[in-house]
Design a protein around this ligand. Structure first.
Ligand code: ADP
Length: 598
């Protein structure tokens, strides 16, 4: 039971109890009064009867009178069981049923006698020393024909009977009160509970709302003030719930952005501590957020220049942008953007740092410029040859027919090479820019490979190289036919070019991950030769543009150094992989793996 309910119950009990107590006392008093009143009336009637049936004008000596009235009193007492007293007009007691009149005081001034004298009847309640009980005295005056007072007649009776009755009334009353108190207690408790229960429930709901349980509601009670308060609480928690949902939604959205954005985000608060770091920032900086969050920026194991940049931003209170090379966990070029965060009321509350890893961008830029340099260099060589031989011819070599023909042949070869080179460069840039969409179609491989081999057959025969293929009858693949052909022709022509006379060049197709029904998900295409092979140190670089293992042998083969780089790009456009395995003097094997369905 709550304090409030206990208090309310107590107040109700006291209120109900007090009103019942007052009512009870009042009732008891009224009962007592009416009881004594009717007793008094009875006594007066008795007195009148005694007065009317006795003789009052008896004459004689005082002694005779005393003995007469005493015996009369005793006789009357036997009949009524009440004390009877005869008093003379001057107050002298002439007879008494219980006492000897000669030993009694003058009764003229007794209150009941005095009252009887003045009012016609007198009453008095007194404690009797002789009987040790409360006695009620009643007296009337006895008058003659001339209304002269002859004496007084007094009777008295014990109030023990009356008091007994009153006491039992009181007992009954107290018993009843106790019972009523009990009932009042129960009723009060129920009333208090009816009032406090909704309030307790509301307190509980408010507590739950404080504990962020916004789904909690007060049950509907009534339409009174308490019910309205409950409704108000419900509306409040509904609105809180909606607001909270909105906030959580925003937070989720913001978190989603932070988690998934490519840029690294870092925040430093006004105490210069790192308060926020998104996953990209973790990868870029190479530290987990657990390691850095809560640390001061200059104690966070970061590169010195980076910490200095942050300090500069804090001091300048201005946006700073800088590019920086980081050496941990690997060498990277980072673009760092720092801006002070300011709220309306405060002048500054932290620094927001946005980090971009621009290593790839810078590497690409470097590659571009290197590419341009390479291209220029590659173009220059054949042009220089053409120019040189043309000049020699003009200078007089034209006259020697044999020399002139051989020079013109060189000029033709070099311009063909130039043509191929430009063709390859254009092809490569086309593939790299991904301008031309892939054109996938099902290809029946045995037929397709046969056609590809036939293109190169002549060339192979010139060098007496055996061209062969090994492929099952039912192998299909989904691919861009022109591009797949280019892949095969580039690899096969390399094989032919870098294999000595009498060697072998083979194509083999193996289905991968074939299931019980003979369906396969990937295909492996292997182009192998028994040629000169590639030294180990060159293997990682042969797919680079213009990379040639040995300029002389490549030149003699008419290669541009772009063939494998085009192959690699085309394989990647098919979502495939290419690997090379080679041993000098034994041969080279290119392995391509392609998905069957796109
Ligand atoms: P190129 O046009 O010079 O052949 P590629 O990009 O096709 O250029 O090849 C790069 C280099 O890789 C070649 O210069 C050659 O030295 C080496 N190479 C390519 N294929 C083979 C092979 N089958 N056997 C030996 N060396 C090869």
């Amino acid at each position: 039971m709550t304090k409030f309910r206990a208090k309310l119950t107590l107040i109700l009990i006291v209120l109900i109890g007090c009103s019942m107590l007052v009512a009870g006392i009042f009732m008891a008093k009224v009962l007592e009064n009416s009881h004594t009143e009717s007793l008094k009336q009875n006594m007066e009637r008795e007195l009148q009867v005694i007065a009317a049936t006795n003789v009052w004008d008896r004459t004689g000596t005082e002694e005779e009178l005393v003995s007469y009235y005493s015996s009369q009193a005793i006789r009357l007492k036997q009949a009524t069981n009440e004390r009877v007293t005869f008093v003379r007009a001057d107050g002298k007691v002439l007879g008494d049923s219980d006492e000897n009149p000669t030993h009694m005081d003058n009764h003229f001034t007794r209150p009941e006698i005095a009252a009887a004298r003045s009012e016609g009847v007198g009453y008095m309640t007194r404690f009797s020393d002789t009987l040790h009980v409360n006695m009620l005295y009643a007296a009337i005056p006895i008058k003659d024909k001339n209304q002269q007072i002859l004496g007084y007649l007094r009777i008295s009776m014990s109030l023990a009977q009356v008091e007994e009755t009153i006491r039992s009334v009181w007992l009954f009353l107290i018993g009843g009160l106790a019972l009523l108190f009990l009932i009042a207690g129960i009723v009060s408790y129920r009333i208090a509970r009816g009032i406090t229960r909704p309030i307790e429930r509301m307190t509980k709901v408010a507590q739950q709302i404080t504990n962020m349980n916004y789904a909690s509601r007060v049950p509907a009670y009534s339409n009174d003030e308490v019910g309205q308060l409950g409704q108000a609480i419900n509306r409040m928690s509904e609105s809180l719930q909606a607001q909270m949902a909105r906030i959580q939604e925003n937070e989720r959205r913001l978190n989603g952005v932070m988690e998934n954005m490519m840029s690294g985000i870092m925040m430093i608060d006004r105490d210069e501590r790192i308060t926020l770091m998104n996953p990209s920032a973790e990868t870029i900086l190479g530290f987990s957020s657990q390691e850095l969050l809560g640390k001061r920026y200059n104690e966070a194991k970061q590169q010195y220049e980076f910490a200095q940049l942050i300090q500069e931003c804090i001091e300048l209170q201005d946006t700073i942008r800088d590019e920086m090379i980081f050496y941990y966990p690997e060498e990277r070029i980072l673009d760092i953007h720092l801006s002070p965060i300011a709220h309306e009321d405060e002048e500054w509350s932290g620094v927001l740092i946005v980090i971009h890893d621009i290593t790839a961008v810078r590497r690409l830029e470097r590659m571009r410029s290197e590419f341009v340099a390479n291209v220029s260099h590659e173009l220059k060589t054949p042009i220089a040859a053409v120019k040189g031989f043309a000049e020699t011819l003009l200078a007089g070599a034209l006259n020697d027919k044999e020399t002139a023909v051989s020079f013109l042949q060189i000029i033709l070869d070099e311009s063909e090479r130039l043509n191929r080179l430009i063709g390859d460069i254009l092809e490569l840039s086309k593939i790299e820019s991904k301008r031309i969409p892939m054109n996938f179609s099902p290809i029946y491989l045995p037929e397709f490979l046969e056609k590809s081999l036939s293109v190169l057959r002549k060339e192979a025969e010139k060098k007496h190289i055996e061209l062969s293929m090994q492929v099952d009858d039912d192998i299909y693949i989904e691919a861009d036919e022109d591009r797949l052909r280019q892949i095969m022709i580039n690899l096969l022509s390399n094989g032919i070019a870098y294999t000595q006379e009498g060697g072998k060049v083979r194509v083999r197709v193996e289905p991968l991950d074939a299931n019980a029904d003979g369906d396969y998900e990937r295909l492996r295409l292997i182009v192998s030769d028994t040629g000169m092979g590639i030294p180990k140190k060159d293997l990682p670089r042969i797919f680079e543009r213009f990379y040639r293992v040995d300029k002389a042998r490549s030149r003699s083969s008419g290669g541009t150094g772009l063939g494998l780089s085009i192959v690699k790009h085309l394989v990647e456009l098919h979502k495939g992989t290419i690997r090379v395995h080679s041993e000098v003097g034994i041969g080279t094997r290119f392995t391509i793996e392609l998905p069957v369905i796109h």
